[in-house]
Design a protein. Structure first.
Ligand code: ZN
Ligand code: ZN
Length: 255
């Protein structure tokens, strides 16, 4: 598996992009920077975009990638998400006010985007992967994803604070190659992290210890807030008994 980091931050500056990762050039995990971070050819190669939740930093470039793909007459982009996210995208984003309804353009039969509802923990075959959505703990309905392909599995946490089910499912999973997990604020901002449904290094380590063998699983951190980048990185570097790396823009991992 080839994992490309397109955007890995919890905010934006010219040096920080919001969440988007691409697996094997076919599957995007969140859409925070799919057009600001990918050239046109790479945008057109995507088959699926899995969306963890409806917050703007995870959906924003669905607008611009739909526009590009429509003009290029690309195949429909499958947008996989839970019911709440699809409902929010339809009502508040692709609602013919904020942006055109690309699920009906150029036509209902051959649209630019096609929603695929993912029910919690029910596997769906997408772009050659077995994909499962796992509910996590954020301020709105949010899911992480597990993708299983011929060469192993990848897990993505979505935005979450302390949670349980994701770790239970991962403990049952053979051949987990890597885990992408969020951490947003430093420990001293714990109150803010708790009310906004995010991790600090101290809650992250407590959650990772729910894994049977956290040391054996390459754990790639993302969603750090730009204002706190250095402080969070420093605190994460001191965590013991885990296998952590902080992702950076344009990182590529062969898993
Ligand atoms: Zn969020
Ligand atoms: Zn976010």
């Amino acid at each position: 598996m080839d994992l490309r980091v397109v955007g890995c931050h919890g905010g934006e500056t010219p040096k920080h992009r919001t969440s988007a990762f691409v697996l094997d050039e076919k599957v995007a995990l969140d859409a925070g920077s799919l057009t600001s971070g990918l050239d046109l050819a790479a945008q057109l190669r995507l088959e699926v975009c899995l969306v963890s939740h409806a917050h703007l930093d995870h959906i924003r470039d669905l607008a611009t990638i739909a526009d590009n793909r429509c003009q290029a007459e690309a195949e429909p982009l499958l947008v996989g998400a839970n019911r709440a996210t699809i409902d929010a995208l339809k009502a508040h984003f692709f609602n013919n006010i904020i942006w055109p309804d690309f699920s009906q353009i150029p036509s209902g039969d051959q649209p630019t985007i096609k929603f695929v509802e993912l029910e919690p923990e029910v596997p769906v075959e997408l772009a050659g992967y077995k994909v499962r959505a796992i509910d996590v703990s954020h301020t709105i309905d949010t899911c992480g994803f597990i993708l299983e392909g011929p060469s192993g599995a990848l897990a993505y946490s979505g935005d979450t604070g302390p949670t349980d089910r994701l770790w239970e499912v991962l403990n049952e999973l053979p051949d987990l190659r890597a885990l992408l997990v969020e951490v947003s604020f430093p420990d001293r901002e714990q109150r803010l992290a708790t009310v906004s449904g995010h991790h600090t290094p101290q809650t992250l380590i407590a959650d990772l210890k729910k894994l049977t063998n956290p040391k054996d699983i390459p754990t790639l951190l993302y969603h750090i807030k730009p204002v706190f980048q250095r402080e969070v990185e420093k605190q994460c570097a001191q965590l013991k008994g885990v296998n952590l790396a902080v992702t950076a823009l344009e990182d590529r991992f062969v898993l």
